[in-house]
Design a binder for this molecule. Sequence first.
Ligand code: MRU
Length: 363
Amino acid sequence: MIALHQLQAPMQNAFHTIAGDANARRISILDQTLLPWQAVYRELASLDEAAHAIRSMQVRGAPLIGVTAAFGIALALEASADDAMLAHALATLRATRPTAVNLHWALDSMAAVLRPCNPEARRELAWREAQAIADEDARTNAEIGRHGLALLERLAATGGRVRVMTHCNAGWLATTAHGTALAPIYAAHAAGIEIEVWVSETRPRNQGLLTAWELARAGVPHKVIADNGAGHLLMQGDVDLLIVGADRIAANGDTANKIGTYLKALAAFDCGVAFHVAAPLSTIDWRAADGRAIPIEQRDAAEVRRITGSDEQGRVVEVRLLPESAAVGNPAFDVTPARLIQGFITERGCFTPEQLGRLTPSM
Ligand code: MRU
């Protein structure tokens, strides 16, 4: 079993989010639907299992969705490596979650390598290419951490603790290692900068609890707040900077991220607090001129009607918050306009939205 980047990402300790095993023709994933209460690994051995893991959010976070999809192609080709199966696997995985563009980026990369190659050679190549995408994600995120650290160092130099607010989970759980929004925080913590993180719970799926779990394991001071607490804290002057991840960035810098991100950006703008997006350049959709072109995933009403937690015996249980008949809406992402975003922290450095728009897709 190849455990990805455990050494390069000490914060992960014994955990990996995904690990490909080309010899056994399987992958293993940490099932995030049971976190932060239980850490359970699942073995996936088919296209359908990989697609299910993405759809059900056993794996989640834009970069990790992309990596899982890449391994999903390798799993699919084990059944048959012909053109029809390749086309079927690409279409099946593309349809799993609509907003995170990293999914398409990873599948396009797999398709570009596999389509011209003859079917006999495809299987080995698919495993190698998927592993390369996974490895590249870890390297990219380490660079995001390095560039974001410079930002946090400048804030720390003005004196006192640096208070960062984040939303959802853009930590190592959302990637193969380091995370995106949390990478600068981990780098700052390792560099001895005194840091405190405001973690919003991120209803309805509560990915903020994953962030709190990660930060607790790494010994980074943090407090979990209800989503509604962010505006008050910003107005009180309790936040120095916001850093969030991204699922898709339009060419003009408009950014889709977990639902609730836009309200935080609005409040930060009103309070004069800098709002940053940390993401790999593969999260930019150059074909989307602005945020209106970004498809927003609508998820199952059950996610709003029910909530999952742990009972006193440590069992993961789901309880109802609303009757099954209650009408609900469940948009999973929103778009923060570029005008509310101070900077993008990428593997190539930090950019304003204007500078980002001047980068070329080939960069
Ligand atoms: O629905 P999710 O949990 O996949 O959404 C995750 C987010 O919105 C993250 O902020 C984003 O994918 C960046 S992860 C590095």
